[in-house]
Design a binder for this molecule. Structure first.
Ligand SMILES: Nc1nc2c(c(=O)[nH]1)N[C@H]1C(S)=C(S)[C@@H](COP(=O)(O)O)O[C@H]1N2
Ligand SMILES: [Mo]
Length: 445
């Protein structure tokens, strides 16, 4: 230490004009606890492990992000029915969500939720592998470093926030209402911004890290021979590594097993059959009905608070949009030409269920109402609260398989599945498959 009272200006500041004495004091007086850094002594930590987890997430997280944004579009933001409604500058280009293939939303949303859940162990492992970096002191010495640190907060905060809001949404959707969607949407953009900056900065490091140990060699190395990598400039490798208690291949296996376990717990809600009772993470996936109506029930008839008399023989369907309203009872609907289609109900929560639906094509109802080529159709349920309405796009009305379903798998709809009539449209997000329909307004403009 010789510069504290030096008069030489050239030596007094660093490249960014900060007085060097400042950094010396910052180094000398770390906040309490930073020395605990030394306690992160796993010999597994280092560029290789971090890069392997990084590569997995680099490939998979964009799929989760893109399918998530597609879900927002599938909801029909053009009708104000995607949440949040007003997203300002983050408004995405919207397009009419297709009806073909009918499993499109089942695939995109199944991937979004399924992959999102399966990746949780990988995200946690990646965070574990870089833990010492969160405590590096001082946090930044240059503007470039400061940007990196800020992007890290957006990245890590963003993904943890998305995991928490996403999981809570699946589990408690109907308890807390809509606010999760808003949080999840804006949280996603915070994460996307952090992710883009992080990837740009780290890709060269990741490539070098992957080359630092040959993969085959790692797979062949047992615990006894597992050693720390040489010290790296980022300080991922512990200064005084402890002896290995697990090999690198063991650590990969552990994380992989964690992901596989979640996959088993979630896949059952889509695959069905003997896997369904295993779908512990997705509550709706295990609800059973009876006989032909034995498949997932989202909201039950009892929970809908609809007066049972409203779904009795007194029930009427009202079609509007033409010169005068058309009112039909269930017998009149059953007397019309029926069409059968095998279509999934695909919920935003990730579960889906494919059944044989029979009923009157929506386009026949549109023609009957006097609006043969509607631009949209506004459907209302008898239900007074909750998901009691939906606007369908023109292509969702005109598809030959789009139905006002009256029966499922050859039996009348059960009250839980929407008796007397419900909407079923190919590739439609489940929430718009309105149950207990009371009216449809076909709109020509
Ligand atoms: N009226 C009404 N229709 C509704 C709902 C609802 O709560 N009320 N839930 C929707 C949601 S979110 C889904 S995923 C599907 C589920 O249909 P299912 O319970 O027959 O499986 O119904 C949709 N139709
Ligand atoms: Mo849903």
């Amino acid at each position: 230490m010789n510069g504290d009272d030096s008069e030489e200006p050239a030596a007094a500041t660093d490249d960014y004009g900060f007085p060097k004495v400042l950094w010396r004091n910052v180094d000398k007086h770390p906040p309490p606890g930073v020395h605990h850094l030394r306690r992160w002594r796993s010999p597994l930590r280092g560029p290789w492990l971090t890069s392997v987890f990084g590569l997995v997430l680099l490939i998979t997280l964009p799929i989760v992000v893109i399918t998530g944004l597609l879900s927002y579009i599938a909801y029909g933001p053009q009708f104000g029915q995607a949440i949040p409604v007003d997203v300002g500058l983050l408004k995405l280009p919207t397009f009419d969500w297709p009806t073909d293939p009918s499993w499109l939303y089942r695939l995109t949303q199944g991937l979004h939720v399924g992959l999102g859940l399966i990746l949780i162990p990988v995200v946690l492992a990646k965070l574990w592998s870089v833990i010492p970096r969160f405590f590096s002191w001082p946090p930044s010495r240059s503007p470039a470093q400061l940007i990196e640190r800020l992007s890290l907060i957006m990245l890590v905060g963003g993904i943890l926030f998305e995991i928490v809001t996403g999981v809570l949404n699946i589990q408690y959707d109907y308890i807390f209402g809509f606010s999760f969607y808003t949080a999840h949407y804006f949280g996603a953009w915070v994460f996307i911004a952090g992710f883009l900056v992080h990837v740009t900065i780290k890709i060269p490091k990741m490539r070098a890290g992957l080359r630092s140990l040959p993969f085959r060699q790692v797979l062949a190395t047992p615990v006894a021979e597992t050693r720390a990598e040489p010290a790296d400039p980022d300080g991922l490798v512990a200064a005084d590594p402890a002896p290995a208690t697990v090999s690198r291949r063991g650590a990969l296996l552990l994380v992989g097993a964690g992901s596989a376990f979640i996959a088993v717990l979630t896949a059952g809600q889509t695959l069905g059959g003997f896997t369904r009772p295993l779908a512990l993470l997705l509550p709706r996936g295990r609800d059973l009905g009876n006989g032909p109506n034995d498949f997932e029930v989202n909201k039950t008839f009892a929970a809908s608070q609809i007066d049972p008399r409203a779904t009795s023989d007194a029930w009427r369907l009202t079609l509007t949009g033409g010169s005068r309203a058309v009112v039909l009872d269930r017998a009149a609907l059953l007397a019309m030409t029926q069409h059968t289609a095998t279509l999934p109900i695909a919920c935003v929560e990730g579960w889906s269920s494919t059944q044989d639906w029979t009923g009157v094509p929506l386009r026949s109802l549109a023609a009957l109402a006097g609006v043969p080529n509607p631009v949209s159709a506004y459907v209302r349920s008898l239900e007074r609260y909750g998901f009691n309405q939906a606007t369908l796009q023109g292509n969702q009305v005109s598809d030959r398989d789009s139905l006002l379903a009256l029966t499922v798998n050859g039996a009348d709809l059960s009250p839980d599945h929407g008796y007397p009539a419900r909407i079923v449209v190919p590739a439609l997000p489940g929430v718009h498959s309105t149950k207990w329909v009371t009216s449809i307004d076909f709109r020509a403009v």
